[in-house]
Design a protein around this ligand. Sequence first.
Ligand code: CO
Length: 210
Amino acid sequence: MKPFEKILKDNKTWAAQQLATDPTYFKRLIEIQSPEVLWIGCSDSRVPADKITGTQPGEIFVHRNVANLVVHTDLNLLSVLQYAVDVLKVKHIIVCGHHNCGGVRAALSNQSLGLIDKWLWNIKNVYRQYKKEINAQSSEDAKVDLLTELNVKEQVLNLAKTSIVQKSWKENNAPDLHGWVYDLRDGIINPVFDIPAGSKVDEIFEYDNL
Ligand code: CO
């Protein structure tokens, strides 16, 4: 059986199991799409948002890209963010990185990997800001782990710099922003950085006419 055929087969088994335990499962889900959380995570196959958080369908709105970046020219991310904040009115946004992230590791190297260099450029800029602290680490793994944490922090700050989040802070006093790192070694998520709704952002990024 080819990998994609196994996925279709496993899907049928899963759907049958859901119905066996709860005959109204799908009927109920059709009617609800009111998640209170937006999750921005890494595309890495080992970090599936709902599995590692034990959340059920309907509970979290998810966007994933390589190394969980919040880039202000990324129409995809911005559309997800605007919809989650303005329409779904999520109460929390979580940026979740993970230890041993391939995107972060690649950004720390000097090897070109093709088009993705343009995306990883954003992480190189985070490195540039914290070069001293990162270079002081004793191993390459420790450097990757520290840059992973700092990258999460910078992406949370990037969220706070958007007019979408600032407008919602003014109007709804939400969402709170959270930066987390998932540890592949023990499956535990560690919070690293928070920005509560309504916080001050660096004044150059503040919009005063929203
Ligand atoms: Co990753």
